[in-house]
Each structure stands twice: as C-alpha cells, then as structure tokens.
Design a protein around this ligand. Structure first.
Ligand code: HEM
Length: 132
C-alpha cells in the first residue's frame, strides 16, 4: 500500500514515464485488493468451519467487523472508479480532473480509518488480556 501511495512521489521512480508510474500504482492496489479479499475469505471460512467440536463462530458480530466491511467496500469503489477513470480513461478530461481531488482525499481517509480500526483492535486485545 505504501508503494501504491508513493508511486508518483518516490525518487526511485523519477525517471519513469507517467504511464509506467500509473501501472505501478494500479498493480500495487490490485495486490492490496487481492490480499484484502483473501483475508476476508479466510475469516469467513474459519468462522463457518465448525471443526471436530462442532463450534460455530458468528460472522459480523462486532463493530470491528462492520467497520472492516465498510473500509473494504470504500476501497473496492475507489479501485473500480480509479481503474475506469484513470486506467481505462472512461469519461471526459473534465470529469477526471474534478474527480482527482476526491480520489486523493478518499484514499487517505480510507487508510486513516483502517489504521484507527487496527489501533482500536490492539487496545481491546490489551484490555482483555489478564497479564496486560
Ligand atoms: C483502491 C485503489 C486506489 C487507491 C487507494 C489510490 C490512491 C491514490 C492516492 C493516495 C493518490 C495520491 C498520490 C499522491 O498525491 O502522490 C492517487 C493518485 C492517483 N491515482 Fe490512485 N489509487 C487507487 C487506484 C488507482 C487506479 C486503479 C488508477 C489507474 C491506474 C489510479 C490513478 C491515479 C492517478 C492518475 C493519480 C494522480 C497522480 C498524480 O498526482 O499525478 N489510482 N491515488
């Protein structure tokens, strides 16, 4: 994700053409999307797998999980919109220009939300740990 965000700014990529920087940017976010989807799939699979004891864990029972799905949905929307507008150049130049500020602000707020969610999770696991 860091390389995805910094792909237009890293001095390492300074000599690359803009389209190549875009390709790096898009590929990084595609990888992030794959990792997120795999993580979500693993979580639902593990909850639904009753194992030998037949224990079932409910899905989507915490605020953490709902915020996670919210972040994932926003991310997916951002990815689809980014690919169409800037990857496949769907729509006019005016729309692309207008949407760029939305693209940048949205991406940063999604990352911020995800970091807050992780921080909250770490705090609650500290609280519930008897030795902490
Ligand atoms: C979920 C997916 C995506 C996220 C989170 C995201 C995030 C960002 C962020 C944070 C910036 C600002 C970078 C900066 O200020 O240096 C940016 C810029 C940009 N993104 Fe994305 N992006 C995503 C998908 C895409 C896709 C698929 C494309 C199309 C290839 C794309 C094209 C661009 C372009 C053209 C810029 C402008 C860079 C510049 O300032 O010149 N983005 N994106």
């Amino acid at each position: 994700m860091t390389v995805g965000i910094l792909s237009f700014r890293l001095p390492l990529f300074d000599n690359l053409e803009r389209n190549n920087k875009k390709a790096i940017h898009g590929t990084c976010w595609l990888l992030a999307l794959f990792c997120m989807s795999f993580g979500l799939y693993a979580v639902f699979e593990s909850h639904n797998d009753t194992g030998t004891e037949g224990t079932y864990y409910a899905n989507m029972y915490s605020l953490h999980s709902w915020i996670g799905i919210g972040v994932f949905s926003l991310f997916l929307g951002q990815f689809v919109a980014g690919s169409l507008l800037y990857g496949f150049k769907v729509g006019g130049d005016g729309v692309r220009k207008e949407m760029m500020s939305v693209h940048k602000v949205r991406a940063r707020s999604e990352r911020c939300m995800d970091e807050k969610r992780e921080a909250r999770n770490n705090c609650s696991s500290l609280r519930s740990s008897p030795s902490a």
